[in-house]
Structures are given as C-alpha cells and as structure tokens.
Design a protein around this ligand. Structure first.
Ligand SMILES: Nc1ncnc2c1ncn2[C@@H]1O[C@H](COP(=O)(O)OP(=O)(O)O)[C@@H](O)[C@H]1O
Ligand SMILES: [Mg+2]
Length: 207
C-alpha cells in the first residue's frame, strides 16, 4: 500500500484522535512510512491559521472560516501530503475536505457547489479512503467535554449545528460508498478501533 491518503472524519468527540493513534501504529508495523497530520493545521503556516480559526475570542464570517480552512489545506497538500505520497508514504489525516462540506456547508449553510469548486483547485486531491466515525451529537459532545480543557470556537456551537454536520457527513458517505467506511463510534473505543483496523486491512488487500 504505497502512496495512499487516508482521512478520518467525524464530529467532536467521535474518537478520531483515538483511532488515528491505533491506525498509525498498525500501519507502522507493516514497515510503511506513515505520515500523520491534522486539519486545520499540519504545517507551520497551517497551525498559525488553526490558532486563528479556533480562537473563541474571534468572530469569523462563515466565508472567512471556509477560506481559512482551505488556505491551511492548500498549504498542507503542497508542503506535506503530495511530497509524502510521492515518496510512497501512507498519509493519515485527522479531517480533510469532507469536514468543510460538513461544517461550513451543512453547519454554516454555504452552498456546496462553492466548496466543491475550492476542493477542485485549492485542495486538488481526495483521500483514497475515508473513515467516518459516527456517533450521536450529545454523546460526542459529552466525550469532548470530558477530555477537559477549554472548548474551541467551533466546539461552542449549538447542537442543531452539529446535527447538520452529522447529517451532511452521512449523506456524503452514502454518496461515495467506495471511498467511505462508516464506523459506529458509539461502541466502546476498543470496538471502534477493532472495526477500523478490520476495515483497513480488508481495504489494503483489495487496493
Ligand atoms: N468509543 C469511545 N467510547 C467512549 N469514549 C471514547 C471513545 N473514543 C474516544 N473516547 C474518549 O472520548 C474523548 C474524545 O475522543 P477523541 O479521540 O479525542 O475524539 P476526537 O478526536 O474525535 O474529538 C477522549 O477522552 C477519548 O478517550
Ligand atoms: Mg481529536
């Protein structure tokens, strides 16, 4: 499995970080170079943009939020993802463009066609495989809160926002069943990790 791009998506507290740690370890055991990254961020410029995006003290228009997400993503693709794929590495990203469709499209109401246009020229690539960790909004938010620390600007949204995010993720997964694997993330973490690991090894033997 050389030069593959895997993204992990899902709402707040779905277990993305938990799953990524397990996947990176599993892939590393196969002697592959694994490059782990996250959005927004993943590069020095992107992490600076992340700080701006998630600062609860900022007020950002939906369009500003979308463009900053894609500004960080454009940098991430060119500085980190494409060079890693060219070396034959497996790139595992905590979120990618599906998150913009879910949050800025579904959540904020920006027209999906505008996001698709940015996807074409600013991102320019799509993941080969995407895991959607699906969990109820209240359950996810409770987990995110239990992690401790301050909630970021987006985590402070109301639950109807996150319901739209979840519905958009699920409809995207239904529209692209070849790329998506939807995982029931309401299960205990060990079961979620096992389901992801199983789906990943099945995908590897087919890819
Ligand atoms: N399946 C699960 N069941 C219960 N708690 C979980 C599960 N997965 C993760 N957690 C816990 O919930 C919190 C959020 O998980 P995390 O992996 O940080 O989610 P995300 O990165 O998607 O926001 C963490 O404290 C984590 O230990
Ligand atoms: Mg996380």
């Amino acid at each position: 499995m050389r030069g593959k791009f895997i993204s992990i998506e899902g709402g707040e507290g779905a277990g993305k970080s938990t799953v990524i740690a397990a996947i990176v370890q599993a892939l590393g055991q196969h002697g592959l170079e694994v490059v782990q990254t996250r959005e927004p961020g993943g590069t020095p410029a992107g992490e600076a943009i992340r700080t701006l995006l998630l600062d609860p003290a900022r007020t950002l228009a939906a369009e500003t939020e979308l463009l900053l997400m894609f500004a960080a993503r454009a940098q991430l693709v060119r500085e980190l993802i494409l060079p890693a794929l060219a070396r034959g590495a497996v790139v595992v990203s905590d979120r990618f463009t599906d998150a913009s469709f879910a949050y800025q499209g579904g959540g904020r109401g920006i027209e999906m066609g505008r996001i698709a246009e940015l996807e074409r020229w600013a991102a320019g690539i799509k993941p080969d495989l995407t895991f959607l960790l699906d969990v109820g909004v209240d359950e996810g938010l409770a987990r995110a809160r239990s992690r401790g620390g301050e909630l970021d600007r987006i985590e402070r949204e109301r639950s109807d926002f996150f319901e739209r995010v979840r519905a958009t993720y699920l409809s995207r997964a239904a529209a692209e069943p070849g790329r998506f694997r939807v995982i029931d993330a309401s299960q205990p973490a060990s079961a979620v990790v096992a389901a992801v690991t199983r789906a990943l090894s099945e995908w590897r033997t087919r890819a």
